[in-house]
Design a protein around this ligand. Structure first.
Ligand code: FAD
Ligand code: SF4
Ligand code: SF4
Length: 479
C-alpha cells in the first residue's frame, strides 16, 4: 500500500521557504522568499489534516479547494494540483505571494489553532503555479468559439483583469482601457517588487494580450475618451478603477517640499525598477537615498514605503503610528520583515505639523496613549499633553489610506449611484450598478481592499455579464 502522505503536522514542523538575510535583501527589490524545493513543498503540503469542514477554504475569498491541491501536491501530482488551483483563482501565484494569509486561509487553519503551526498554504499555492508556468502547463487563452458581444473594462488592475480573462475564455470581445502605460493596476505600480516581482504580473498581462484581449493603454477615461462613448461602443461596461485619492495631513508646514504621498513615492520606485525615466526620482524628490525618512501610517502601504526607503539607501527610516503594535492595521509579518531590515517603529505617535523653511526638516510629533474603545471596539488614541517633540526628517511619506475619486462627477455620468463614502453602489452578487449593463468591481466598490477580493469580484461580474448575454440571446417564449 502507498505510504500515507498527509496528516504529518505532528511529525513535520512548519517550514517557510528560505528567507534571504536582511542585509542582502535590503540591497535589491527581489522577493525575499526563495521557492520551495519539490520535496519540501510535498512535505509541507503533507502536514494538512484534510479537514472534513476546511475552515481554510471558507476563509479564502475565492473558496479555493485548498485540501485537494495540498493532497495532490503531497502525492507529487502537481499538474492535477495546478488544474484544481487555477479552477477557482485567476492569479494563484500572485495570491500565494501577497494575500495576508494570516488573516485569511492560514489564520483559520485548524492545525494552527491546535498549536502545530499553520500549513503554509500561500507558499504551496505559489509553488504550484510557478511550477506550472515553468513546465508549460499554463494554457493559453483560446476560446472555442468567438462571440459578437463586446465588453469594455475600465481599469487593468486585478479586478478588471480577472473579468477580462473569464470573458475572453468564453469568446467575448474584450477591450481593457487604462490610464497607465502598463496593465496590472496596483500590482504593477503600487506593490513593491520585494513582495511581488514584476515579471510575474507582466507574464499574466502577456497571456491576456496573446489570448485576444485588446489593451488601450495611456487612455484616461473621462479625459481621453468619455464614459458615454465607451458605453455606446460596447454591449456591457465594467468599472474597475480602484481608489487613488490619498487621505491628507494638515497642520503647520503641511505644504513644505519633500512631504509626499505614498502612492507617488511607490509608483516612482516601481517605474525605476522597470528602467523608466523618472525625473522626480532623479531630482531626489521621490528618492530616499541618504535621507532621514519618516513614514506616517500603520497599514500595509506604510510597510511598503518603509521597506522601499531602506532599499533606496535611506540614512534612517522611522514609521510613526498613532496606536500600538497590537492595534495596527498592517500585517505583523510585514512589520517583522521591516524591523529585520532596520526600520524603527515609533508607536503611539501622531504628526501635529512640520518644521522647515522650503524643505521639510522635521515632524512635530504628539505622543499618544490608548483610551476608551470606540463604537467598533478599538481603543481610541488620545494625545498626552505636554509630551510633544520633533522627529528629524528630510523626506516625509504620507501613507494614511485611500478614498475613491468622485467618478460620476469626473466622468459626467448621470444615474451612477455612489454610497456615502463615494464608492460605487453595485449589487453584491452580480456587481451591476444603478446603470443597466454597467458593472463595478474591486476597490472602487469595496474601498481600499485586497487583490484576492478584486479577483473574486471580477470573476463574479464576468459570470453575471455572460448570464446577461445569454438571457438577451434566449428566444422569447410565445404567449
Ligand atoms: P487597482 O489595482 O487600483 O487598478 C485600477 C486600475 O484602474 C489602475 O490601473 C488605474 O490606472 C486604472 N484607472 C483608474 N482610473 C482610470 C481612468 N479614469 N481611466 C482609465 N484607467 C483608470 N493587496 C493585497 O492583497 N496584498 C498586498 O500585499 C497589497 N499591498 C498593497 C500595497 C499598496 C502600496 C497598495 C496601494 C495596495 C496594496 N494592496 C494589497 C491592495 C490591492 O493592491 C488592491 O486592493 C487591488 O489592487 C485593487 O484592485 P482593483 O482592480 O480594484 O484596482
Ligand atoms: Fe489563501 Fe489567498 Fe490563496 Fe485564498 S487566494 S488560499 S486566501 S493565499
Ligand atoms: Fe488542511 Fe488546515 Fe485546511 Fe484543515 S484547515 S484542510 S489542516 S489547510
Amino acid at each position: 500500500m502507498a505510504k500515507q502522505p498527509m496528516l504529518k503536522f505532528v511529525t513535520v514542523e512548519k517550514e517557510m521557504p528560505e528567507k534571504r538575510p536582511p542585509d542582502l535583501r535590503a540591497r535589491d527589490f527581489h522577493e525575499i522568499y526563495a521557492e520551495y524545493a519539490d520535496q519540501k513543498a510535498a512535505e509541507q503540503a503533507g502536514r494538512c489534516s484534510q479537514c472534513g469542514v476546511p475552515y481554510c477554504q471558507s476563509h479564502c475569498p475565492l473558496h479555493n479547494n485548498i485540501p485537494d491541491w495540498l493532497r495532490l501536491t503531497a502525492e507529487g501530482r502537481l499538474e492535477e494540483a495546478y488544474e484544481v488551483s487555477q479552477a477557482t483563482n485567476t492569479f494563484p501565484e500572485i495570491c500565494g505571494r501577497i494575500c495576508p494569509q494570516d488573516r485569511l486561509c492560514e489564520g483559520n487553519c485548524v492545525i494552527e489553532q491546535s498549536g502545530h503551526g499553520t500549513v503554509t498554504i500561500g507558499q504551496v499555492e505559489k509553488y504550484i503555479t510557478d511550477t506550472a508556468w515553468e513546465r508549460g502547463w499554463v494554457k493559453a487563452i483560446a476560446p472555442e468559439t468567438e462571440r459578437e458581444e463586446s465588453v469594455a473594462i475600465i481599469g487593468a488592475g486585478p479586478g478588471g483583469l480577472a473579468a477580462a480573462d473569464r470573458l475572453r475564455r468564453a469568446g467575448v470581445q474584450v477591450t481593457v482601457y487604462d490610464r497607465y502605460d502598463r496593465a496590472g493596476g496596483l500590482m504593477t505600480y503600487g506593490i513593491p517588487g520585494f513582495k511581488l516581482e514584476k515579471d510575474v504580473v507582466m507574464r499574466r498581462n502577456d497571456q491576456l494580450e496573446s489570448g485576444g484581449v485588446t489593451f488601450v493603454l495611456n487612455c484616461d477615461v473621462g479625459t481621453d475618451i468619455s464614459f458615454d462613448e465607451i458605453r455606446e461602443k460596447h454591449d456591457a461596461v465594467l468599472i474597475a478603477t480602484g481608489v487613488y485619492k490619498s487621505r491628507d495631513l494638515g497642520g503647520p508646514g503641511a505644504g513644505l517640499d519633500n512631504i509626499v504621498r505614498a502612492i507617488d513615492y511607490l509608483t516612482a520606485s516601481n517605474r525605476v525598477g522597470f528602467g523608466d525615466d523618472v525625473p522626480e526620482f532623479e531630482s531626489g524628490a521621490l528618492n530616499a537615498a541618504g535621507k532621514r525618512v519618516v513614514v506616517i501610517g500603520g497599514g500595509d502601504t506604510a510597510m511598503d514605503c518603509v521597506r522601499t526607503a531602506v532599499r533606496q539607501g535611506a540614512e534612517s527610516v522611522k514609521c510613526l503610528y498613532r496606536r500600538d503594535r497590537t492595534n495596527m492595521p498592517g500585517s505583523q509579518r510585514e512589520v517583522a520583515n521591516a524591523e529585520e531590515e532596520g526600520v524603527e517603529f515609533v508607536w503611539l505617535t501622531a504628526p501635529k505639523g512640520f518644521t522647515g523653511s522650503a524643505h521639510v526638516t522635521g515632524v512635530k510629533v504628539a505622543q499618544m496613549r490608548l483610551g476608551q474603545p470606540d463604537q467598533t471596539g478599538r481603543q481610541s488614541p488620545e494625545e498626552i499633553e505636554g509630551a510633544d517633540y520633533t522627529e528629524d526628517a528630510d523626506l516625509v511619506i504620507k501613507a494614511l489610506g485611500f478614498e475613491p475619486e468622485e467618478l460620476p462627477k469626473l466622468w459626467g455620468v448621470d444615474g451612477l449611484e455612489v454610497t456615502r463614502w463615494g464608492t460605487i453602489k453595485a449589487d453584491f452578487r452580480t456587481h451591476e450598478t444603478s446603470l443597466g449593463g454597467v458593472y463595478a468591481v474591486g476597490d472602487v466598490v469595496r474601498g481600499a481592499s485586497l487583490v484576492v477580493w478584486a479577483i473574486r469580484d471580477g470573476r463574479e461580474a464576468a459570470d453575471a455579464i455572460l448570464d446577461r448575454f445569454a438571457a438577451a440571446a434566449a428566444p422569447v417564449a410565445a404567449e
